[in-house]
Ligand binder design. Structure first.
Ligand code: 4NP
Length: 160
């Protein structure tokens, strides 16, 4: 089982969107028993909330239901997950600061799996934006998650 945790700041916009996009890829590929996904935020401001309504509506337009409730990153996540996938550089720095010595999880930017994205590319925070910004987040997550799925297939599932 490969375990992936998507991480942003509030866990109500970007990381639940990435989780939803990856969940659809997992279903499409029949990987339900092989890849486990979850999402979390570095901050605790929105713990317990559903994803932002704008994120849920945008995902729904692509046939994806976002049902996750926000939670904060926990120390145990660094042991339970194989990959912690940060949406931006600030999230990544925060995770690097919190990571216990010898933690098993690899800490990476989600967009590092998008071959077409420049080094260090981020998923931009749409919280203060409009519906177009949420559509952009979905487009970006789809490209990155397809790259991530190819990586998982190659490195962990012995295919592709
Ligand atoms: P997210 O977006 O990190 O993609 O979930 C945000 C959500 C909430 C806040 C900032 C970003 N906030 O400041 O409350």
């Amino acid at each position: 089982m490969v375990r992936l945790l998507f991480v942003c700041l509030g866990n109500i916009c970007r990381s639940p969107t990435a989780e939803g996009v990856m969940g659809k890829i997992i279903l499409d590929r029949g990987w339900e028993s092989r890849v486990h996904i979850d999402s979390a935020g570095t901050g605790d401001y929105h713990v317990g909330e559903l994803a932002d309504l704008r994120a849920r509506r945008a995902a729904k337009r692509r046939g994806i239901d976002l049902v996750h409730r926000a939670r904060q990153v926990a120390a145990s996540d660094f042991e339970r997950f194989d990959y912690l996938l940060a949406m931006d550089g600030s999230n990544l720095k925060n995770l690097e600061r919190r990571a216990p010595g010898g933690a098993r999880a690899r800490l990476l930017l989600l967009r590092s799996f998008d071959q077409s994205a420049p080094h260090g590319a981020e998923v931009p925070d749409p919280y203060d934006g409009d519906d177009d910004d949420f559509e952009d987040v979905l487009d970006i997550c789809e490209r990155a998650c397809h790259g991530l799925a190819a990586h998982i297939a190659r490195e962990h599932l012995g295919s592709e």
